[in-house]
Design a protein around this ligand. Sequence first.
Ligand SMILES: Nc1ncnc2c1ncn2[C@@H]1O[C@H](COP(=O)(O)OP(=O)(O)OP(=O)(O)O)[C@@H](O)[C@H]1O
Length: 271
Amino acid sequence: MVDGAVVHARDLTVAYPGAPRYEAVRGVDLRVEPGEMVGIVGEAGAGKSTLARVLAGRVAKFRERGPRVVGGSLHVLGMRAAQPGRAVSRALAAQIGYLPQHAGRTLAARMTVAENVTEPLFERDRHADVREAGARAAELIDAVQLPLAIMDRYPWELSAGQRQRVAIARSLILRPTLWIADEPTASVDVTTRARVLDTLFELHGEQVFSAVVVSHDAAVMRRTTQRLVVLHRGVVAAAGTLDEVLATPEHPYVRGLRDDYRARTGSIQVP
Ligand SMILES: Nc1ncnc2c1ncn2[C@@H]1O[C@H](COP(=O)(O)OP(=O)(O)OP(=O)(O)O)[C@@H](O)[C@H]1O
């Protein structure tokens, strides 16, 4: 790993093809240390999902329309991840649990919850132990606050929030070294959201993985992440702990974030 960091982006610029190309992420510096959970916040269109996708090694291949690194450098888990070839892509996929935005919608409709959650295990090893896989899936289903009876049901029998939680369980089944989650609790109802986030935080403590969690909600971030990066129109507007970020609102967007945070949490401690 570069300097021991799990993620090390320097002056990273990511663009979508077109004429002219669109730079969705510009000059971003980001480090994630082993075992650390870092949050990326910002309003819609800030570049959060683009950054998450690139960190997860999902850059566009030849002729694909997705995001490409066009400037700076990116190392993930010690590998050069800016333009990963097939071997690096495969190595990243094996070690990174990636939960894309709206992941709950991407579950396979013809597979039960148990099959959806365990599929990555069997994709990695066709001869994986079925019983062990089931036990691990059950552990994760429980961790995301779902009843075990749900294991035999199909995605279309579940609510959007339940499907999202199944997708979270699936993204963690390979015991990733790095978990990259894009709005993990979107569509999960507010009361369950807090419990799911608490459990994720516990899981993170027990299994010692590093994590990058995307959200547009700073209050959600306070529960889970140790450090925040605030993106605004593709550039880093602020970085640090939530308190540090909110205490130095030089950027107009960060000032707005602080006012919103105060209004929603009724916090008087935050400056
Ligand atoms: N496939 C694409 N082709 C071209 N431009 C894109 C593509 N995907 C996203 N963009 C643009 O890149 C910018 C950043 O989008 P991105 O989805 O990364 O933002 P975000 O912060 O995750 O927003 P949201 O919170 O709404 O998901 C936006 O202006 C968006 O229109």
